[in-house]
Design a protein around this ligand. Sequence first.
Ligand SMILES: O=C(CO)[C@@H](O)[C@@H](O)COP(=O)(O)O
Length: 238
Amino acid sequence: MSELKSLADYPQSMQDEVSKVRQIVADLHAELPRYELVVWTAGNVSQRVRHPEITDGSADLFVIKPSGVAYDELTAQSMVVCTLDGKLLDGTRAPSSDTAAHAYTYEHMPEVGGVVHTHSTYATAWAARGEEIPCVLTMMADEFGGPIPVGPFAIIGDDSIGRGIVSTLSESRSPAVLMRNHGPFTIGKDAKASVKAAVMCEEVARTVHISRQLGDPAAIDQQHIDSLYERYKNVYGQ
Ligand SMILES: O=C(CO)[C@@H](O)[C@@H](O)COP(=O)(O)O
């Protein structure tokens, strides 16, 4: 296929999918303040757009918010379309400052369809200590399959945050990673699943923190964590 230099070079089916994902990603940003996961503009959501004819992922795109724009000003049209090497393909504004981290994650974790980053208070407090959140709640076993791990300290601006996300989550069942001294990043099959993981990450970070103020939380046997995780993944819900 000839070089894909602009969105107009992609098949119409891909362009139609990009329009749908722009709306999905714009709408999901409203969930971040709604669940009190962000202050000001300190969080971002993205979703992968898979190419219908190039199934090795190399021509996939992703949609992410524009940097520093207030959530109540975000619209589908303002969402930015990027290639997996983090370059802007379509959009009138600069993409999120975490675009390289989202891009690296999509490039190196083909199963990931959505990425979210916040600075939610309790999860970020655990990240500031560089301490993983122990799996002491059945809800953690359900959603995270074990502890929520800590990723390495990494400075924003290149793919080092993305490398930390991928190296940590590739070794864990958790869809959330606490990037040391920074905050949580979450992944999922799509952006909605990643937002859910961000909501649940903050909830369990708060609960386990409160429990630790009262004493040592009781551990859960690994066999129970495993069975809860399998049930939740394969049976829970509709
Ligand atoms: O963590 C940081 C900056 O350190 C960013 O995630 C946060 O400020 C949000 O930036 P964007 O508005 O997505 O560019």
